[in-house]
Write a protein that binds this ligand. Structure first.
Ligand SMILES: [Zn+2]
Length: 284
């Protein structure tokens, strides 16, 4: 599933091809994805210039020259592909296509159709049902240690569930929360309100570092992916804890960690239906 760094990578890949460009043709091949597509989708987009493209949580937002905002979400399996000139014939899952006056076509492919495209306006964007309850962006100044302290106060859910709550912080997914808690030495099972302030002081910059490292990996992958397949935003990344069940922990070998490597073993448990990987030895 694309997570925040993948979506950020998609945005960074699309931006130079879309910003300032006119949508000369929009092709819609089905009436719905996860939700119905607005009936006037094509006519509202065709002929409009894209002023800016940005990410909010895991949503891609394109603002057009008439203040229309195109919202796209990749869902579970959505992909954006970029094609210069005439694209190859569409596959069965290529549902929406955006042709620009710059010679590039963007295709939205979504086999499982958990993704979405929708239209709103800049004025109504903050009240959109998918966006209105989102907490601060994890990479913004609003996501500060003091903010997180206040957000966790009184919460009796496990810290992992609290960090996955999109009202607490927007766009954090399962893998990145596991990684951040591992590096912050906080047990994913610990009740959120018992995480001391000294740990939230550490947790916020660690969450930001984990995301920024992945975004950097995505950025360096961009050129290869565009050249090879036109596909944006999927890249290999090595995790410190995710997917390492049964392996020795070894935390602390990395520069900046404690001097001695942790001799715990990575465990996997289920929390609210999702896999959590953690080390019971150094994560408390
Ligand atoms: Zn450990």
């Amino acid at each position: 599933m694309p997570e925040l760094p993948e979506v950020e990578t998609v945005c960074r890949g699309l931006r130079p091809k879309l910003e300032g460009r006119v949508l000369t043709r929009v092709i819609q091949r089905r009436p719905d994805l996860r939700f119905p597509i607005p009936p006037d989708f094509v006519e509202r987009l065709q002929g409009r210039r894209i002023e800016s493209l940005r990410r909010r949580a895991k949503f891609i937002l394109a603002t057009l020259d008439d203040d229309t905002v195109l919202i796209a979400h990749l869902g579970m399996s959505g992909r954006m592909t970029l094609h210069e000139g005439l694209p190859p014939p569409p596959g069965p899952h290529d549902h929406v296509e955006f042709v620009t006056d710059g010679g590039w076509t963007v295709r939205f492919c979504d086999p499982r159709r958990f993704g979405l495209v929708d239209l709103t306006t800049t004025q109504a964007l903050g009240q959109h049902r998918m966006l209105r309850d989102l907490g601060p962006e994890p990479l913004s100044d609003a996501f500060s240690p003091d903010y997180l302290d206040r957000a966790l106060a009184g919460r009796r859910t496990p810290i992992k569930a609290a960090l996955l709550d999109q009202k607490v912080v927007a766009g954090l997914g399962n893998i990145y929360v596991c990684e951040a808690l591992f590096r912050a030495s906080v047990s994913p099972r610990r009740s959120a309100h018992t995480v001391p302030g000294s740990r939230t002081q550490k947790l916020v910059p660690i969450i930001q570092a984990v995301l920024e490292e992945a975004i950097a990996a995505g950025g360096s992958s961009l050129r290869d992916y565009v050249q090879a397949t036109g596909e944006l935003g999927y890249f290999q990344h090595r995790w410190q804890v995710y997917g390492r069940e049964g392996e020795p922990c070894g935390y602390g070998v990395a520069p900046g960690g404690p001097n001695r490597a942790c001799d715990g073993v990575i465990r996997r448990i289920a929390q609210s239906g999702r896999s959590t990987f953690y080390c019971g030895r150094h994560q408390r």
